[in-house]
Design a protein around this ligand. Structure first.
Ligand SMILES: Nc1ncnc2c1ncn2[C@@H]1O[C@H](COP(=O)(O)OP(=O)(O)OP(=O)(O)O)[C@@H](O)[C@H]1O
Ligand SMILES: [Mg+2]
Length: 225
């Protein structure tokens, strides 16, 4: 699905101090599967994910998605891919305060038909009770909000789901439940999950470890502790 060649992302290009957040990374990612991206804070995980998801333009190197080189696509083409094929879960949930949980989930749905049913179903599968889907974000716990953000990202059934620490505010049991859900979604889609928590990566299909901007290790299968 992705072919990444000699990818680098350098911040602060114009100033004297440059940070090489992603340093000459080359990697292939499959069409489907659940991939864990781990590494210490500051190792470049989010930066790498932002490049893959078109949210940041790399300083050098190339990214091909379904054999299309991002560098050859227009802004409009990139926007279409982002809107129709990619889903995003950010560490901060960015829910809209005056809307209910369900409305937040369906607000960006590409199709109107059946979106309420689909949104409720995903929320339910992520363990949000029917009585909670009419609540506003401020009436929900941090973990419930985060699961709303996951549901929102899944509404358009994206081919690729990018999730930056989607389980950070969840207890272990709920984190496992969310990972199980993502695992089954990843049977037919690609799911990339950044995490600090190795214990939730036991059932993933691939683990990418980053260290100081470099990919220090790639292995098939999950982490057994
Ligand atoms: N907008 C920015 N401007 C300048 N430097 C940045 C910017 N964003 C990140 N960096 C730097 O790039 C490096 C990689 O940051 P990044 O956010 O990708 O790391 P991370 O692995 O996601 O860390 P964390 O686990 O803490 O989220 C760090 O040294 C960071 O300070
Ligand atoms: Mg990060």
């Amino acid at each position: 699905m992705f072919e990444i060649k000699n990818l680098s992302l350098i911040y602060d290009m114009d100033k004297t101090e440059k940070v090489c957040a992603v340093n000459n990374v080359s990697l292939s990612l499959p069409d489907t599967g659940l991939i864990g991206l781990i590494g210490p804070s500051g190792s470049g995980k989010s930066s790498f994910m932002y490049c893959l998801s078109t949210l940041k333009v790399p300083t050098s190197g190339s990214i091909s998605y379904q054999r299309k080189d991002f560098a050859t696509l227009s802004n409009k083409e990139m926007e279409l891919i982002r809107r129709q094929e990619f889903g995003f879960v950010f560490q901060r949930h960015f829910l809209i305060g005056y809307m209910t949980a369900l409305d937040n989930v369906i607000v960006a749905a590409n199709k109107e038909d059946g979106s309420k049913e689909k949104g409720s179903e995903i929320l339910n599968q992520l363990g949000i009770k029917a009585s909670d889907i009419r609540k506003k974000p401020k009436q929900l716990s941090g973990g419930q909000r985060q699961r709303c953000a996951i549901a929102r990202a899944l509404m358009n059934s994206p081919k690729v789901l990018f999730a930056d620490e989607p389980t950070a505010s969840l207890d272990h049991e709920t984190a496992y439940m969310v990972m199980d859900y993502l695992k089954s979604y990843a049977k037919e889609h690609l799911v990339l999950v950044i995490t600090h928590d190795r214990t939730i990566l036991k059932d993933v299909d691939m683990v990418i470890e980053m260290w100081d901007g470099n990919v220090s290790n790639v292995r098939k299968g999950g982490i057994f502790l």
